[in-house]
Write a protein that binds this ligand. Structure first.
Ligand SMILES: Nc1ncnc2c1ncn2[C@@H]1O[C@H](COP(=O)(O)OP(=O)(O)OP(=O)(O)O)[C@@H](O)[C@H]1O
Length: 786
């Protein structure tokens, strides 16, 4: 059993780039970064000079359009820019940490891993710094300007739809479509990116959204490694320079980022200092502080007395000054949530983490948080979103990067696209294992035998999580994911039994959905099979000839009205030791009492002549065989698919499947398979037919009517009719008889029609003449003789 228990700390230690601060003192870092920022905020003239020197680039058209939209959008929720930039910073740190796994030297340029945010009020600039991988010259050109992501076009069209309506949607789109970085232009009219990658020099990229430029950084590699994104905030976005606003935003959107996020923030402290009479005001160190002085002249306490004693000759006065100190303050708790014990994590934290992880604005439907032990130990936190992206099934079976894999808290990849089987690719979450090796390539890791074990356990856990969803929420789940679960039944034999328990179907019993377990519980005492029928909708299956007698006798039938249902059930041999019986297929018996059985046998022998005649005369080559039906009540007859043949519903699905070619041999095979004709011995039409056949096997009307019954049965049983025009001809003939119109009565022609006919005849006559002229006549004669 999987129990959650925290691993001993030492096991969690990561040799490379753990969260621990390095021994390097903060002050050094501050200084280094301070320099970089100072330069960035150089006076206008200096910046201009740099810009003039820089190489200019045009944004790729799509990127350009997208940026214009972002800049001009009326979109209110501009604050998400910070979430996007912090997320990019975190990704960049993930990347360098991953690189360092195979080459430790990569980390040497700057062993610290963190994200820092600093507001420069004076210059109205907001800096977001990271010590991540940084960007090379080529990266800058590609990533920040010229290569539009595949999502960009999609984003553009959706964004244009929503710019007027605004609202939640756009919030989801920025980010989900990979426009993260460009969201900087929601709040800034100029963005400067200073960046240093281990493989290249330090560069300054900047843009006012019209074009971008790149120039070597004259300071050299002051960053050592990493990136600073500096936002020159628009007038209306000045609020993002406020410390409180920033702190709140980081907590709201980025509290679960796995690296320390530090905010350059001020703290007010009070300090007692000697009050140098006379020149107090001037000598007070005022650089960074505002003061509220307190006069303590009147104080007569012990402390003062002491001072008096020890320093008899100096002034007795001290005073309190209020000092403002600036420093980096840690805002988030970078201990990953999945490392914590479940009982120490609140529901809200789970929900918030989900939002950070997925950028989904809705809350998740449910989650599971566990540690798996045994062959491999791993921690995992998995979520089911409330909705899956609308185009999920169009991309079914293609890449879905919804599970993030960590090894000992180091992010490795979210690109093992088979961490979940296709049918579960809606699951989002994290897997973190201590047992996987850190120093192998991702390719080799993907092949690692433990990954297989992890995958297997993940699926079990997900199915378990689904099973535990409460009844009310299960409806919601089922609406969204029923097709996934049914595909699971088809595609995942090893979990079929578990998946079967999750299935829900419509039923003849009530308007509510039922589980198979509930159906089995309600089965009649001698009922051996789970009865079901598949069709296009409830109204159709309710009226099907196949359900008539069963319903009349009080049996419950599952109505499978989704396209995938019949495929799903045909790969499920049984449930709870009960086999499924498609009531539209052969092999159907009601498990009747002995008395009824006798009656049935008697009927069989009575109708033997009719069955024989249908088989050998009237419907020869059209049906597999004719039989007495146990399932019909109101209809005279029905057409039944063989056990392994297609029902009318399957046939309909196959025909509507655009991927299947019309000459597909499998399809042709199934479509041409003959079916069993079941006749209802209680029906007067059938009884009349028997009477006629007994009188004369050569009765032509009987033959015609038998054919007619076969065709109506074909239609009623949901199959396609092959000979539609023959069918219509016969109906029209019957109409004449009913209406008393003679079969010989001719169709009246319009005069125009006659004219056309005459013209045609004339032309034909002419052609013959021409042929004759050219001398073809001989050939024709020869041909005739042959
Ligand atoms: N701080 C950074 N450090 C290093 N590279 C960065 C940084 N910010 C952005 N990049 C690079 O620029 C690319 C584009 O960033 P952008 O935010 O537009 O998209 P993304 O991060 O790939 O997608 P999404 O926003 O959906 O996560 C990133 O993929 C990354 O390569």
């Amino acid at each position: 059993e999987d129990v959650y228990d925290e691993l001993p700390e030492e096991k969690l230690d990561v040799n490379v780039g753990d969260f621990k601060e390095s021994s390097r003192t903060d002050s050094e870092t501050v200084q280094r970064e301070e320099e970089a920022i100072k330069l960035d905020s150089l006076n206008v003239a200096q910046m201009k000079e740099l810009r003039d020197k820089a190489t200019k680039f045009a944004f790729q058209t799509e990127v350009n359009r997208m940026m214009k939209l972002i800049i001009n959008s009326l979109y209110r929720n501009k604050e998400i820019f910070l979430r996007e930039l912090i997320s990019n910073a975190s990704d960049a740190i993930d990347k360098i940490r991953l690189l360092a796994l195979t080459n430790k030297d990569e980390m040497d340029t700057n062993p610290e891993l963190n994200i820092r945010i600093k507001a420069d009020k004076e210059n109205k600039v907001l800096h977001i710094m990271d010590t991540g991988i940084g960007m090379t010259h080529e990266d800058l050109i590609n990533n920040l300007g010229t290569i539009a992501k595949s999502g960009t076009a999609e984003f553009l069209s959706k964004m244009q739809d929503t710019t007027k309506s605004e609202g939640q949607d756009l919030n989801d789109m920025i980010g989900q479509f990979g426009v993260g970085f460009y969201s900087a232009f929601l709040v800034a009219d100029r963005v400067v990116v200073t960046t240093k990658n281990n493989a290249d020099k330090q560069y300054i990229w900047q843009s006012d959204a019209n074009e971008f430029s790149i120039v070597d950084d004259p300071r050299g590699d002051s960053l050592k490694r990493g990136t600073i994104v500096s936002l020159h905030l628009k007038d209306e976005a000045q609020d993002f320079l406020e410390e409180d606003t920033l702190r709140e935003l980081i907590r709201k959107y980025s509290q679960f980022i796995n690296f320390p996020i530090k905010l350059w923030s001020s703290k007010t402290i009070e300090e007692e200092v000697p009050d140098d009479e006379g020149d107090v005001d001037d000598s007070q160190p005022q650089e960074k502080l505002s003061t509220s002085e307190e006069d303590s002249v009147d104080d007569e306490d012990e402390g003062d007395a002491k001072v008096e004693e020890e320093i008899p000759d100096t002034r007795r006065k001290t005073k309190t000054v209020t000092k403002t100190e600036w420093d980096w303050t840690l805002i988030n708790d970078s201990k990953p949530i999945w490392i914590r014990k479940p009982n120490e994590v609140s529901e809200d934290e789970y929900k918030d983490f989900y939002k950070t992880l997925t950028k989904d604005s809705q809350e998740p439907l449910t989650h599971t948080h566990f540690i798996a032990e045994g062959e491999v130990t791993f921690k995992s936190l998995l979520y089911i979103p409330k909705v899956q992206p609308s185009e999920s099934f169009n991309r079914y079976g293609t890449k879905a990067d919804n599970i993030k894999l960590f090894v000992r808290r180091v992010f490795i990849t979210d690109e093992f696209n088979d961490m979940m089987p296709n049918y579960l690719n809606f699951i989002r979450g994290i897997v973190d294992s201590d047992d996987l090796p850190l120093n192998v390539s991702r390719e080799n890791l993907q092949q690692h035998k433990l990954i297989k074990v992890i995958k297997k356990k993940l699926v079990r856990k997900v199915l378990d999580m689904i099973k535990k969803i409460n009844e009310k929420e299960y409806d919601e789940f089922w609406k969204e994911y029923s097709t996934n679960i049914k595909l699971g039944v088809v595609e995942d034999p090893s979990n079929r039994a578990r998946l079967a328990k999750l299935l829900r179907f419509q039923t003849s019993n009530s308007k509510d959905m039922t589980s198979l377990a509930a159906y089995v519980e309600r089965m009649r005492p001698k009922q051996e099979h789970i009865y079901y029928i598949a069709g296009a909708n409830r109204a159709e299956v309710e009226k099907s000839p196949f359900v008539e007698r069963l319903l009349a006798k009080g049996y419950e039938i599952l109505y499978m009205v989704e396209a995938i249902d019949e495929y799903c059930i045909s790969s499920l041999p049984e449930f709870d030791a009960k086999k499924f019986q498609n009531v539209a297929k052969e092999g159907f018996t009601l498990g009747e009492s002995d008395k009824n059985k006798d009656k049935f046998e008697k009927l069989k022998s009575t109708f033997e002549p009719l069955l024989k005649w249908l088989n050998n005369v009237a419907l020869k080559n059209k049906i597999l065989r004719a039989e007495i039906s146990e399932r019909l009540s109101n209809s005279p007859c029905a057409l039944v698919a063989g056990l392994f043949g297609w029902t009318g519903n399957m046939e309909r699905l196959a025909m509507s499947n655009a991927h299947q070619k019309s000459d597909d041999p499998q399809r042709t095979y199934y479509l041409n398979q003959k079916k069993t004709l079941e006749i209802n011995p209680r029906h007067p039409l059938i009884r009349e037919l028997l009477r006629r056949v007994e009188a004369s096997e050569a009765d032509n009307t009987a033959k015609e009517m038998a054919l007619m019954m076969f065709r109506t049965a074909t239609l009623r049983s949901g199959f396609m009719l092959q000979e539609t025009s023959d069918f219509a001809d016969t109906i029209e003939k019957m109409m004449r008889q009913t209406l008393g119109v003679s079969l010989d009565e001719q169709i009246e022609m319009d005069e125009d029609d006659n004219e056309y006919e005459t013209e045609k005849e004339d032309n034909e006559a002419e052609e013959t003449t021409v042929d004759a002229d050219v001398g073809y006549e001989n050939d024709i004669n020869e041909h005739d003789e042959l």
